[in-house]
Ligand binder design. Structure first.
Ligand code: HEC
Length: 154
């Protein structure tokens, strides 16, 4: 192949690679003044994700109270509510703005709640459930340490 063709192939490859990086890995982010990655969203998108966050917090509250009462069916119900299947469908436009690391942590958290629900039903072991909850909450902590939501200037 001619030199020019090789150069063209290389340029195309690099363009595709950087577009993939921007859309799949980086999302729509900037570095915020507090050092975290700020994900730039519309007001509605931020409201949607924050609603999901408050559901996470509510689940954690119900689960800890139910563990204390040794009410394992209530633990399973609350965990299932924020599991993977119960996840609100994320609009494609919002999905595109979320960086890969964020999506992984988010999906991992929903899956961990599913596992907690399954084990609470089958093992009914409250100490184990509490350990699982403590473990999965490292996802909450590390995601909050890395990301925040800012409103994109429209
Ligand atoms: C994939 C990343 C991620 C995970 C996992 C995550 N959060 Fe969040 N959460 C965020 C971000 C980003 C914000 C916005 C923070 C900001 O803008 O300063 C937020 C905000 C919140 C808020 C504030 C809601 C509001 O209305 O202002 C609560 C409560 C919350 N998260 C609870 C949790 C709990 C509990 C967990 C774990 C069970 C969790 N989050 C897991 C990313 C995450």
């Amino acid at each position: 192949m001619c030199k020019f063709c090789w150069a063209l192939v290389l340029v195309l490859f690099l363009t595709i690679a950087s577009i993939s990086y921007l859309f799949i890995f980086k999302g729509q982010t900037i570095t915020a003044s507090d050092g975290r990655s700020a994900i730039l969203l519309t007001t509605e998108e931020r409201n949607l994700v924050l609603l999901e966050m408050r559901q996470f917090l509510e689940a954690v509250q119900i689960i800890t109270t139910a563990i204390n009462k040794d009410d394992m069916p209530a633990v399973a119900r609350a965990a299932k509510k924020v599991g993977f299947a119960a996840q609100t469908a994320v609009p494609p436009a919002l999905m595109k703005k979320l960086p890969m690391g964020f999506k992984k942590l988010g999906a991992g958290t929903h899956k961990a709640f599913d596992q907690l629900a399954l084990d609470a039903e089958s093992l009914a072991d409250k100490d184990y459930a509490l350990a699982q909850l403590g473990d999965l909450m490292t996802n909450c902590v590390s995601c909050h340490a890395s990301y925040r939501f800012d409103i994109a200037v429209e």
